[in-house]
Design a protein around this ligand. Structure first.
Ligand code: SAM
Length: 275
């Protein structure tokens, strides 16, 4: 492999140790073809820590695991997300799925929704905006739980501040209604939307503390990082955390093996838990 700077030693055994750490802590399996990506992303961190080689960095990581593990996970996972991503799923949610849920449970006292890899908050805030914008959704009974393994992303999500480029993706009607501009070319999510969302750190491959069942779970563009066995275990647990008749959303590029999981395909990577 041609690394950009051969002076910065990165042995195969150091790569294997990083791979072991990533698999243990996130369930993400690095492939040998990822070595260059890992190297490129680590260079900046090496400079920040004044460490000369990746091999030395791995020693540092193992000695300072508690302090360093969040930084490494942050560097090696992909956070790309945007408001109203895969908007056809949100259209379906607004026009068909929510009306069906409301009809099936007219007297429900609590509506729970989970975005389980929420990145910087664009996904749960998009859901919150749609619910707020709809006629008649019982917002005072609604909680959107938004979780991610990366605590730094969650801090950002909690503040709810975005660049001009990030809010450009929002439909104009939603941007006008839910985004406030500050003096410094920064854009804030309105409090009416923020109050619906609760952010918490959660590693999808660790035990989950939630006891209650959700009406909708968004697990989009996360499973692609896991091997097939881990994907299957996660989907099985997600189905267990969903109420009967509730909906599960995956990303468009994720191929879901639904065999014997008790879910049925509804549309473009949206599934319903069978009654
Ligand atoms: C590509 S983003 C997807 C964001 C959003 N769901 C979307 O579709 O736009 C993947 C997210 O998964 C998170 N992630 C990676 N491994 C995770 C894990 N083991 N548990 C929970 N979140 C994880 C990353 O931090 C990142 O924010």
């Amino acid at each position: 492999m041609n690394l950009p700077n051969d002076r910065v030693k990165f042995s195969d055994s150091a790569f294997d140790r990083i791979g072991f750490f990533m698999y243990q802590s996130t369930g993400i399996r690095l492939q040998s073809s990822d070595k260059k990506m890992v190297y490129t992303r680590l260079l900046r961190r090496l400079r920040e820590l004044s460490i000369n080689t990746v091999d030395d960095y791995v020693d540092y990581l193992e000695l300072n695991l508690e302090k360093e593990h969040a930084a490494l996970i942050g560097l090696l996972t992909t956070h790309k997300s945007y408001f109203f991503r895969e908007s056809q799923q949100f259209d379906l949610m607004e026009k068909e799925l929510i009306p069906k849920l409301l009809k099936a449970h007219p007297h429900r006292q609590e509506w729970l929704i989970w975005s389980c890899a929420c990145s910087k908050g664009q996904e749960p805030y998009s859901i919150a905006m749609i619910l707020d914008h709809m006629d008649g959704f019982p917002l005072s009974l609604t909680k959107i739980l938004a979780t991610d393994v990366d605590s730094e992303l969650l801090e950002h999500a909690q503040v709810g501040v975005y660049s001009e480029e990030e809010v450009r993706e929002l439909p104009q009607e939603y941007r006008d209604k839910y985004i406030r501009q500050s003096r410094f070319e920064q854009y804030f999510v309105d409090a009416s939307v923020k109050k619906l969302v609760r952010f918490k750190p959660l590693n999808i491959v660790s035990p989950w503390p939630m006891k209650k069942l959700f009406s909708m779970i968004f697990c989009r563009n996360l499973l692609i990082y896991f091997d097939v066995n881990t994907q299957h275990q996660i989907i099985r647990r997600l189905v267990g955390q969903l109420e009967q008749g509730g909906y599960l959303f995956f990303g468009h590029s994720e191929k879901i093996d639904t065999g014997r999981l008790g879910i049925k395909h509804v549309a473009s990577n949206v599934y319903i838990k069978e009654r």
